[in-house]
Ligand binder design. Structure first.
Ligand code: HGY
Ligand code: MN
Ligand code: MN
Length: 332
């Protein structure tokens, strides 16, 4: 950011902000996050930060009047690989005084899914972002000798966890055909092959664009966990560990993005994001919008994450055009 002639600063949670020196604000914020999931790809988040920086650098170098009205951000800990459930940088920003100095937020991101590529399209104007609930399930049975304990006498927490995992797909699609869910974290304790697991700890992630679907699925999950525990003579407890509500993007900013997509001459569509983003958190406080470019094979959260250079450059150019369209909106 400093090489681009911007003044750069860290906030209290290590997000990095860059703006034209002595610009008075308010600012349209561009950017994304630079953290990744374990063994993640190189584009999820980082692409939007670099593209936002490139847009501001180009405006600043050209002495464009929009430059002092734009700020760029690299958010910390969007993925939540540590504790806290993620969106740490954007959560801190919306709770800070600086959010009152922002006229809007525009995030360029890879789609992380297969739809644009499957339809031969190059861009998406994101209209909404799914809500994401993380349910922590603890199933308590009794650790015991795996060789001498007769099957009917066991209180096998792993058996109950296995039934929940097996039934999850059914309860998710019964709640909402568009909904998704999985169990990405599972622990069987004490974790030895010759000990009946006395405890199973799992995190169930549910995602839906409708809050009602998340509620329906949560109720079905609760019933399933209790039935699985009872069948294995265990006890169980569920706790909502993190919950990010579904959110709609700002209609005026979506229109600004759509105008930029149209002007690009490339194929585009509106899309809902199945991935969570910092824009979802910012949208709870200020006008926000997102732009997607295609991901090869829809792959993300993997070292195989890839988008073509042509799409990467085109996305940055559309970000520039969309940002200028946003700055022309009277209240932005
Ligand atoms: O999990 C997500 O959807 C995002 O990549 N953090
Ligand atoms: Mn991610
Ligand atoms: Mn991301």
């Amino acid at each position: 950011m400093r090489e681009a002639g911007l003044e750069a600063r860290l906030d209290e949670v290590s997000s990095v902000f860059g703006r034209v020196p002595n610009s008075p604000g308010p600012w349209l914020l561009l950017g994304s996050h630079t953290d990744t999931v374990p063994a993640g790809g190189r584009l999820d988040g980082a692409y939007g930060v670099i593209a936002g920086l490139e847009v501001l650098r180009a405006l600043h170098e050209a002495g464009h009047p929009a430059a002092p009205r734009v700020e760029v951000v690299s958010f910390a800990d969007e993925e939540g690989v540590g504790a806290g459930g993620g969106l740490k940088g954007s959560r801190h920003l919306v709770e800070s005084a600086h959010s009152a100095e922002l006229s809007g937020y525009l995030e360029l991101h890879i789609e992380q899914g297969p739809r644009l590529e499957a339809e031969g399209l190059d861009l998406a104007a994101v209209e909404g972002i799914v809500g994401i609930d993380h349910w922590e399930v603890v199933i308590q049975g009794a650790a015991n000798h795996a060789g001498t304990t007769p099957m009917p006498a066991r209180r096998d927490a792993g058996r109950a966890a296995g039934r929940v995992m097996h039934r999850l797909n059914g309860l998710v699609s019964a709640s909402d055909p568009e909904m998704v869910g999985n169990i990405g974290a599972l622990q069987l304790l004490p974790g030895a092959p010759n000990v009946i697991p006395g405890q199973a700890r799992l995190v169930v992630e549910l995602r839906a664009l409708q809050a009602a679907s998340l509620q329906t699925a949560a109720e079905a999950l609760h019933s399933e966990v209790m039935a699985a525990a009872e069948e294995a003579r265990c006890h169980a407890n569920l706790e909502l560990r993190t919950s990010v509500p579904p959110v709609q993007m700002d209609p005026r900013m979506i229109a600004a993005v759509e105008a930029a997509c149209r002007a690009s001459g490339r194929g585009w569509r509106r899309l809902t994001s199945g991935a969570g983003h910092d824009a979802g958190k910012l949208a709870t406080r200020i006008p926000a919008a997102m732009i997607f470019i295609p991901s090869r094979g829809g792959v993300s959260h993997s070292p195989d994450e890839y988008s073509t250079d042509e799409h990467l450059v085109m996305g940055a150019q559309v970000l520039m055009a969309a940002a200028l369209n946003c700055l022309a909106i009277p209240s932005i």
